[in-house]
Design a protein. Structure first.
Length: 66
C-alpha cells in the first residue's frame, strides 16, 4: 500500500529499509527514503509502520536469546 503518495513510497519499502539498515527513527528513515518531504500527510502512518517493525525486530531478538 502506498504511504507517501507524493514520493510513491510503500509500506513495504519502509519496512525493508527499517530491517536492512536497522533504522530506529523517522529521521534515520528520511536519510534513506524521501518520505514526508512534500506535504507531510504520511508522517503519522510512517511512524506507526516504523514502530511496528521495531517491535517485530525486538521480538525476534528476544526469541533468539531465549
Amino acid at each position: 500500500m502506498y504511504v507517501c503518495l507524493c514520493e510513491a513510497i510503500t509500506d513495504k519499502q519502509i519496512r525493508n529499509v527499517a530491517r536492512k539498515y536497522h533504522v530506529t527513527s523517522l529521521k534515520g528513515l528520511r536519510q534513506i527514503l524521501p518520505v514526508g518531504r512534500e506535504c507531510g500527510k504520511c508522517i503519522r502512518q510512517t511512524r506507526e509502520i516504523l514502530q511496528e517493525e521495531l517491535r517485530h525486530l525486538e521480538e525476534q531478538c528476544i526469541e533468539h536469546v531465549a
